[in-house]
Design a protein around this ligand. Structure first.
Ligand code: SF4
Ligand code: SF4
Length: 275
């Protein structure tokens, strides 16, 4: 679909595909209430890693957390492109990113935009795993135009071996993953111990940094993720953030107190807490 290609390319998005909606897995039908007749989906990847983005501040913090919130980016993108697409296709178009009626990772794999690696992430041949997934759902029927990806992990076990929490042994176990644990509101003593041992504050990229598919991966051209990027995320940097800046990051779905506690835990200055 030429107009979709033109609109997405102008935004710095090059990895996308159109796929029949029936082929995708609906995991949250509630989000489709009042939106009958969806026939097609355009699934696309939003790359966020720019050249020069490195670990910083001495804590384990995921790159995605130090970039400004992609949910806000996606909402802005939908506002910019949906009116033009509706004029082209007719019918309704609904945009989603993260909070979606469909299994987004599965949809991206079905659309041929990558494969799901042993680290549980979608790996795209061009951008590696440093991508967010978003989609537009159309009531119009679009011609299916999927990509082809024949990559895979093969014999590689780099991420399984590198994960300090053993979260990838025998498949991905969310409850053991530092990224999941760091984002919990209430943490057990064991949670705190594992965060402290790995100096983890929010998210974790260890199983991405070691992945060979990310070594030569292309960087993002989307300026939004570079602007406002937190170079060194430290307790002081958090204290310096005003409420407006705090709200511009994805971790703001938790109150500051959770981040502050995580910093204290990761620094070994705070022996916690509750279960
Ligand atoms: S994000 Fe970190 S803790 Fe979670 S699976 Fe990857 S390496 Fe392991
Ligand atoms: S590090 Fe190796 S095993 Fe893990 S996702 Fe990447 S290619 Fe697959």
């Amino acid at each position: 679909m030429e107009v979709l290609k033109k609109l997405l390319n102008a935004e710095g998005i090059t990895e996308f595909a159109t796929v029949d909606f029936e082929r995708l897995t609906v995991i949250n039908p509630r989000l489709l209430n009042g939106k009958p007749g969806i026939k097609s989906a355009a699934v696309f990847l939003i790359p966020y890693r720019h050249a020069g983005m490195k670990e910083g501040g001495g804590f384990n913090v995921g790159l995605f957390a130090r970039c400004r919130d992609y949910h806000l980016y996606a909402n802005g993108l939908f506002e910019r492109i949906i009116p033009t697409l509706m004029a082209e296709t007719g019918g309704e178009i609904y945009g989603y990113a993260d909070s979606s009626p469909i299994d987004e990772k599965g949809a991206a794999a079905t659309a041929g935009l990558g494969f799901i690696g042993k680290n549980g992430l979608l790996i795209n041949p061009v951008y590696g795993s440093f991508v967010f997934i978003a989609e537009l759902l159309f009531t119009a029927r679009l011609e299916e135009d999927i990509c082809h990806c024949d990559g895979g992990c093969g014999e590689c076990t780099a991420c399984v071996d590198a994960c300090p929490a053993g979260a990838l042994k025998g498949g991905y176990t969310r409850e053991r993953c530092l990224s999941f644990i760091s984002q919990k509101k209430r943490k057990t003593k064991e949670d705190c111990e594992v965060l402290k041992a790995n100096k983890t504050v929010w998210g974790c990229d260890i199983c991405q940094r070691c992945c060979p598919y990310n070594k030569g991966a292309q960087f993002s051209d989307i300026a939004y993720f570079k602007e406002g990027f937190i170079e060194d995320f430290t307790p002081q940097r958090l204290r310096e953030m005003d409420d407006e800046e705090y709200a511009s990051f994805a971790f703001s779905f938790r109150p500051r107190a959770v981040l502050e506690e995580n910093f204290l835990t990761a620094s070994g200055e705070y022996d916690i807490i509750v279960s």
